[in-house]
Design a protein around this ligand. Structure first.
Ligand SMILES: Cc1ncc(C[n+]2csc(CCOP(=O)(O)OP(=O)(O)O)c2C)c(N)n1
Length: 656
């Protein structure tokens, strides 16, 4: 049965003339034991909520998954799809893509991410089991990880967190083949992986990855363990290829017709390319049917649940928001702010909003990478999620931004949870690979990123984001929100929560900002991404655009200009991404027809030309920040009402 995987992997890579045969051939025995004897799944319902998760963290070995899906009877994974490996529109892209190929649990390829996603999935499993009981949620999360996965830094964050949280239903099968692209792993690495995992609180064992009985025994033991388990499976990369097995030559290129023919002979595989002997296919197909009774039994248990609990479980797993409760929570926050306006930092406004939102949405699980008090992400009602109590809803991720962001992806992918986190905006760089994948996969993951500019003050340029807003806005399908006051903050939270198809970043201030929205608006004015906050008294000569803490600077500049008889309007831009996605006519209406457009944002200009034009005036940053009290920094870098008014007036003079 394992040779069927090997043959399909060789054939598909050969047909595509590119790809990675080495991993599927080397890990075929592990996968065969896991999928035919352990993994709980049903090809007839790849999204069954209580299925075991299998993450191919080493995504380059994608043919392993595709071969398995075909053999096990995933309907859409036909031989024709295998023949179209790596071709446009096929179900068999170069690396596994979530949402594209049924059965793929997460997009992998960037090494280390899948392993860290799996930690989030295992957290989600424990949390939901604590809420809904083992009858509804009781599954394992298996990972196949390669040397590369374990070399990546994010793996350290992930395994440390998993060990600390005692995620005993997480089982990592390490394809311990000692080979990476440059050659033997010994060229670059002398870590004892078993000791490494053990020191992080895991159980760890090393086995022969080509011996089915040993693999099965190790899996049995892992399932019973009270800690997460690493099973280092000694394998031969490219197993069966007579001259290339055991070397980097089988890692990432077609083996070539002669080598494939010789491998067939060596493996005793006589069937022609893309053909599976019936008896072997039958064995695989019956393995694919193993999970059906478990799924049907689970469905019966679901049907027998008390209707309210069942409805809640189904709502959460479907990712449907409790629309009325969310609307009521947002409305209540807005009413409070209209009654008693708050001059507070938007990070504090976020906490104020979260107090209501996290009650309305029990699926929200918050956290912070060791900056809880600074990010204001923990609400009063939130217990900590830890190894002693998985029902908690707040995760102390530790100083592990990358692991946090990747685990959040795993939680969102698992379903039933809307994860949100906290760190400083400047450290979005440490989360970026995972944020990018959340965007690529279209996952609702929300990052609270505070200390969003030089406005953080004395911590200085290392902590002051300058290019980060632009860099995040550059990621497709990611929404970057930068609210200007407490009202916009709750509105942006609402928009982020309602974005089921992608991640969001909320860039929030450390410093206080005045509440600019004093009148109660029932509608969410941030929804178009930009809107006229303060109209000009007469036909405007100037439009002032700003985001976040610079909106109040624009409003003050508007007053200075009015005193000089220059009419200006202020447009708040809480989400440039949303705004730029509007149809041209709607954008044009908000941009207006003033002679001069000015944008103010304590970041770099990149991205703003789409609003103000290349001839617009930009007041922001062109260099790194500095260490000083924030008001002094705003003066030092010239981001003040006076400078905005002066630059705008000068441009107007030059224009006329
Ligand atoms: C973050 C990241 N860096 C680099 C790569 C390119 N890459 C793909 S596989 C690989 C290493 C291959 O070694 P290993 O992980 O042991 O896989 P194996 O050779 O056993 O298939 C590298 C560097 C990648 N996919 N992701």
């Amino acid at each position: 049965m394992a040779n069927a995987i090997r043959a399909l992997a060789m054939d598909a890579v050969e047909e595509a003339k590119c790809g990675h045969p080495g991993l599927p051939m080397g890990a075929a025995d592990i996968a065969t034991v896991l999928f035919t004897r352990f993994l709980k799944f049903d090809p007839a319902d790849p999204n069954w909520p209580d299925r075991d998760r299998f993450i191919l963290s080493a995504g380059h070995g994608s043919m392993l998954l595709y071969a398995l899906f075909h053999l096990l009877g995933y309907e859409k994974m036909t031989i024709a799809e295998l023949k179209r490996f790596r071709q446009l529109g096929s179900l068999t892209p170069g690396h596994p893509e979530y949402g594209h190929t049924p059965g793929v649990e997460t997009t992998t390829g960037p090494l280390g991410q899948g392993l860290a996603n799996a930690v989030g999935m295992a957290i989600a499993e424990r949390h939901l089991a604590a809420l809904f009981g083992n009858e509804m949620v009781d599954h394992f999360t298996y990972v196949l990880a390669s040397d590369g996965d374990l070399m990546e830094g994010v793996s350290q964050e992930a395994i440390a967190l998993a060990g600390h949280l005692k995620l005993n239903k997480l089982i990592v099968l390490f394809d311990d083949n000692g080979i990476s692209i440059d050659g033997p792993v010994a060229l670059t690495d002398s870590v004892d992986q078993l000791e490494r995992f053990e020191s992080a609180g895991w159980a760890a064992t090393r086995i022969d990855g080509h011996d089915p009985a040993t693999i099965a025994a190790a899996l049995e033991a892992a399932k019973k363990c009270d800690r997460p388990t690493l099973i280092a499976c000694r394998t031969t990369i490219g197993f069966g290829a007579p001259t290339k097995a055991g070397t980097e030559k089988s890692h990432g290129a077609a083996l070539g017709a002669d080598e494939v023919a010789a491998a067939r002979e060596k493996l005793g595989w006589t069937a022609p390319p893309f053909e599976i002997p019936l008896a072997i296919l039958d064995s695989w197909r019956s393995a694919g049917k193993r999970g059906r009774p478990a799924r049907l039994a689970w469905q019966e248990r679901l049907a027998a649940l008390e209707p309210q609990i069942r409805a809640e479980f189904e709502r959460r797993t479907a990712g449907a928001l409790p629309a009325e409760k969310l609307a009521a929570a947002v409305d209540a926050v807005k009413r409070k702010l209209a009654d008693a306006p708050k001059e507070i930092a938007t990070r504090a406004a976020s906490e104020f909003a979260l107090e209501a939102l996290t009650i309305a949405l029990p699926e929200m699980i918050g956290g912070s990478a060791d900056l809880t008090g600074s990010n204001n992400t923990r609400t009063k009602a939130m217990k900590v999620l830890n190894a002693g109590d998985y029902s908690g809803r707040f995760i102390h991720y530790g100083v592990r931004e990358h692991g946090m962001a990747a685990a959040m992806n795993g939680m969102a992918l698992h379903g039933g949870i809307i994860p949100y986190s906290g760190t400083f905006l400047v450290f979005s760089d440490y989360c970026r690979p995972a944020i990018r994948l959340a965007a690529l996969m279209g996952q609702r993951v929300i990052h609270v990123m505070t200390h969003d500019s030089i406005g953080l003050g004395e911590d200085g340029p290392t902590h002051q984001p300058v290019e980060h807003l632009a860099a995040l806005r550059a990621i497709p399908n990611l929404k970057v929100f930068r609210p200007c006051d407490a009202v916009e903050t709750v509105e942006c939270w609402q928009l982020a929560l309602e974005t089921a198809s992608g991640p969001s970043v909320l860039a929030l201030t450390r410093q206080n900002v005045p509440q600019l929205r004093l009148k109660l608006d029932e509608a969410n004015r941030c929804a178009p991404g930009a809107y006229e906050l303060v109209a000009a008294e007469t036909a405007p000569a100037l439009s002032l655009f700003a985001s976040g803490s610079e909106v109040s600077i624009a409003v003050a500049a508007q007053k200075l200009l009015a005193a000089r008889n220059i009419a200006a309007r202020v447009v708040s831009v809480p989400c440039l991404d949303l705004f730029l996605a509007l149809p041209e006519s709607e954008r044009a209406a908000v941009i207006g027809k003033a002679k001069i457009n000015v944008a103010v944002e304590a970041g770099i200009r990149q991205g703003w030309d789409a609003v103000i034009g290349s001839d617009g005036i930009f007041i922001g940053m062109t260099e790194f920040g500095a260490s000083a009290p924030y008001k002094e920094l705003y003066r030092h870098f010239g981001i003040t009402p006076e400078k905005v008014a002066a630059a705008a007036a000068a441009a107007l003079d030059a224009f006329s």
